[in-house]
Design a protein around this ligand. Structure first.
Ligand SMILES: NC(=O)C1=CN([C@@H]2O[C@H](COP(=O)(O)OP(=O)(O)OC[C@H]3O[C@@H](n4cnc5c(N)ncnc54)[C@H](OP(=O)(O)O)[C@@H]3O)[C@@H](O)[C@H]2O)C=CC1
Ligand SMILES: O=C(O)CCC(=O)C(=O)O
Length: 418
């Protein structure tokens, strides 16, 4: 029985089969491209504040090592298991290859609700996770970054734990660190900035005037809140926002800056002074730009038929199921999909810049980071749109096939398929 199981892994497998069929990849090559190279499971014991010992399950999956080190975030969430992390690592591979980064994909995480831990417990767990993984990571082996439930502080603890073990500061072991600890300008904002930039590219394609456009955002963490702020700063009216605790919808527009301050002070949107809305109906309200920025599989077949957006900007990884994808394709070109591996790639692109800066100990300014980020996003966007038009395929098939093709060619050139 495979160790990679569950609905998220099956999603990654189904998507890969679609791409492999389109690219005409032989059956004998498929497992080699799809199945992760390494999958590590660890137990992380920590002392809780009440004196008990608790053990948390952790994972790290490194998908392929063909192009360089593996790269990808670390997720702290109750849902985390080997199958979820493996799917996310596979998507990281196609994402990095689409952006032209010299990485394979990786992802890791701990099965824990981080909100249930005290700050001391969270630090202890973060440090223990990195400590257990020291034999399997390294600046030229596997480089972690933030994902759901982790942030700059957790990355600083990872870096410090690894550095103490090495007896010197090793900034380049993780990205997404605070700027004060070897992080880069712009990484905290990068994913949301990229979502905004690509939504603007899509609006240009569809001749939508941004100052007349509306947006709905599901998830108000790192990706969702910054995408919302950056869209609003450029004149887009953000009319819907939700997190786990609350959901708001107002056609006149919501004050996302005030919402961000509320979340910084209170930890979530709960208690924000606005009228609450039914969360189950948020994604299907009419809008120009819909940004799922929370979790996987929120747009299923039932939701897909009811979406009333013009642009689906996938900030989250894997928000749309393959069944929903089919239905979106059947709807023709009425929804412009910016697939996750392109839409949220701003994060890993600026992580790559951070890694390069750390290796060289030569740091760039914010404007340089954003301008280089936009160049890569524009190049990937154009490549996706052109292939999609040329071969009459969906944007997801186009973007993923560019990524899969690059990994496959690199493997072939190295002689892995004699
Ligand atoms: N951080 C990054 O750089 C990148 C992140 N991503 C992807 O973006 C997504 C979000 O990540 P990130 O912003 O970092 O994570 P965060 O942990 O910062 O934020 C997650 C947000 O999603 C909300 N959320 C969780 N469950 C639900 C739900 N059922 N309905 C509505 N909101 C919900 C959380 O609410 P609450 O706080 O109330 O639980 C929180 O607001 C993930 O899919 C991640 O893999 C992709 C690329 C890079
Ligand atoms: O910044 C990175 O290295 C990875 C970010 C990430 O986990 C993702 O793109 O899903």
């Amino acid at each position: 029985m495979s160790i990679f199981q569950g609905p998220v892994f099956e999603m990654a497998r189904t998507q890969f089969t679609t791409i492999a069929d389109y690219l005409g990849i032989e059956e004998s090559e498929r497992d080699r491209l799809l199945l992760p190279k390494r999958a590590i499971a660890i137990s992380c014991p920590i002392h809780l504040d009440d004196g008990r010992t608790a053990v948390f399950q952790g994972y790290r999956v490194q998908h392929h090592l063909t192009l360089g080190p593996t790269k990808g975030g670390t997720r702290f969430a109750a849902s985390v298991d080997m199958g979820e992390v493996a799917a996310l690592a596979i998507w990281m591979s196609w994402k990095c290859a689409l952006a032209g980064l010299p990485y394979g994909g990786a992802k890791g995480g701990i099965s824990v609700d981080p909100v249930s831990l005290s700050p001391r417990e969270l630090e202890a767990l973060s440090r223990r996770y990195m400590q257990e993984l020291i034999p399997f990571v390294g600046p030229h082996v596997d480089v972690m970054a933030p994902d759901m439930g982790t942030n700059e502080q957790v990355m600083a603890w990872f870096m410090d734990t690894y550095s103490m073990y090495q007896g010197r500061t090793v900034n380049e072991i993780v990205t997404g660190k605070p700027v004060q600890s070897g992080g880069t300008e712009g990484r905290r904002e990068a994913t949301g900035l990229g979502v905004m930039h690509l939504a603007f590219s899509a609006m240009q394609e569809l001749s939508i005037e941004p100052t007349k456009a509306t947006a709905i955002i599901q998830g108000f963490g790192n990706v969702g809140s910054i995408a919302g702020i950056e869209l609003a700063r450029r004149g887009v009216r953000v009319i819907g926002v939700s997190d786990h605790s609350a959901c708001f919808f107002d056609v006149k527009g919501l004050d996302v800056e005030a919402m961000t301050r509320h979340v910084e002070a209170r930890g979530s949107l709960r208690g924000f002074p606005a009228e609450e809305f039914e969360p189950g109906d948020l994604l299907t309200q009419p809008c120009d730009i819909l940004v799922p920025a929370a979790m996987e599989r929120v747009i299923d077949a039932a939701k897909a038929t009811k979406l009333r957006c013009r642009i689906l900007a996938e900030g989250a990884n894997g928000p749309t199921t393959p069944e929903a994808d089919k239905l979106l394709e059947e709807r023709g070109s009425d929804i412009f999909v910016i697939p996750d591996i392109l839409c949220n790639s701003g994060g890993v692109i600026v992580s790559y810049f951070e890694w390069v800066q750390d290796l060289q100990q030569f740091f760039w300014g914010y404007n340089e980071v954003v301008s280089r980020l936009n160049q890569i996003l524009d190049r990937s966007f154009q490549a996706m749109v052109e292939r999609s038009r040329r071969d009459r395929i969906s944007h997801r098939t186009s973007a993923m096939s560019i990524g899969v093709d690059r990994v496959r060619l690199a493997k072939q050139k190295r002689g892995l398929f004699p």
